[in-house]
Design a protein around this ligand. Structure first.
Ligand SMILES: Nc1ncnc2c1ncn2[C@@H]1O[C@H](COP(=O)(O)OP(=O)(O)OP(=O)(O)O)[C@@H](O)[C@H]1O
Ligand SMILES: [Mg+2]
Length: 295
């Protein structure tokens, strides 16, 4: 993915198995050209994480991933002092060299344990940094990220600043489970990923399950869209479409009739109440092999 147009970025992503729409390709292109982080939001399973992975593959860069969770802090995300090594160093010869020397020594980079954010900044080769599910952390953690996101640097009180020598491509993802701060949003390009258009989803399904006949794949995507139109707790995402396609292949299904649908329903929806609703509203619309002929 050399310097190129949006279309080239889209093609480069397609070459590594990610079918981006126009907006996703544009934002990916801008991220690189403007050197700005991208915040990707959207429902579960629409390809947020995969976009970052695909960018890494397309650019031949290493993917450095920080999986966020509640309670994640600096020591797990950025860096930590290697206390054990520091202690050994002090024991191994503090007295004769003087405390000043030892102190300078033990707060040098040799005694630092780099966590993902520091690894991405300090890397000699440019990387793709994925900060996955940022909405799982708290606002303090977001505040801590601001310096990194705007200046690509990390300040360590005892050491000073560590600045990126190679520009990482930074992708943050969020499931929108809480509103992110304005300060964070301001520093990022924004991409809302949603369930794809029918034709794109068909392409994605065919890419992941190439053995599935085109007509069956099309039918699958149509039925998925009917299911999404219902008011479900958790509508099926692209991930479920792909799983369903593979399931139909394993079942040797030739059509999506009522029986096939009901047998494989739990691949699509994963809440008891959703299953009942879908069986009732969509299942009955499908012709069953044993369905009484209409009329
Ligand atoms: N545009 C696409 N092209 C090809 N495959 C895709 C695309 N979008 C999604 N997928 C596939 O869909 C699946 C789900 O994607 P992914 O894990 O990135 O979702 P997500 O948005 O990160 O979900 P979550 O919020 O649950 O983490 C993956 O297997 C991925 O390969
Ligand atoms: Mg994800």
């Amino acid at each position: 993915m050399a310097n190129g147009s949006v279309a080239e970025v889209r093609d480069a992503l397609a070459d590594v198995g990610y079918l981006a729409d126009e907006r996703a390709a544009l934002v990916s292109y801008l991220a690189r050209e403007l050197g700005k982080p991208v915040l990707v939001e959207g429902p579960a399973g629409v390809g947020k994480t995969e976009l970052a992975k695909a960018l890494a593959r397309a650019t031949g860069r290493e993917l450095v991933r920080l999986q966020c969770y509640e309670g994640l802090d600096e020591s797990k995300a950025m860096y930590e002092w290697n206390y054990r090594k520091q202690l050994l160093r002090i024991q191994a010869g503090g007295a004769e060299r003087g405390w000043e020397n030892v102190q300078d020594d033990i707060f040098s980079s040799d005694f630092l344990l780099a966590r993902p954010l520091m690894q991405a900044i300090a890397s000699e080769d440019p990387v793709v940094l994925l900060i996955d599910e940022i909405d799982k952390t708290d606002q303090e953690f977001e505040a801590m990220l601001l310096e990194l996101l705007s200046d690509f640097q990390i300040t360590i009180p005892e050491l000073g600043q560590v600045s990126a020598t190679t520009m990482p491509i930074v992708v943050l993802t969020s499931n929108d489970s809480r509103e992110l701060t304005e300060a964070l949003k301001r520093r990022c390009l924004y991409l809302w990923l949603d369930y794809p258009e029918l034709e794109r989803e068909l392409e994605i399904v065919r890419l992941h399950a190439p053995e599935l006949a085109e007509t069956l794949a099309r039918r699958l995507v149509e039925v998925i869209r009917m299911v999404r139109d219902l008011d479900l707790k958790k509508p099926p995402s692209i991930a479920e479409s792909i799983d369903w396609a593979r399931t139909l292949l394993l079942m040797g299904a030739e059509d999506i009739d009522r029986e096939t649908f009901e047998q494989s329903l739990s691949v699509l929806v994963k809440h008891r109440t959703d299953i009942d609703l879908v069986a009732e509203r969509v299942g009955v619309k499908l012709a069953g092999p044993s369905a009484p002929a209409a009329g």
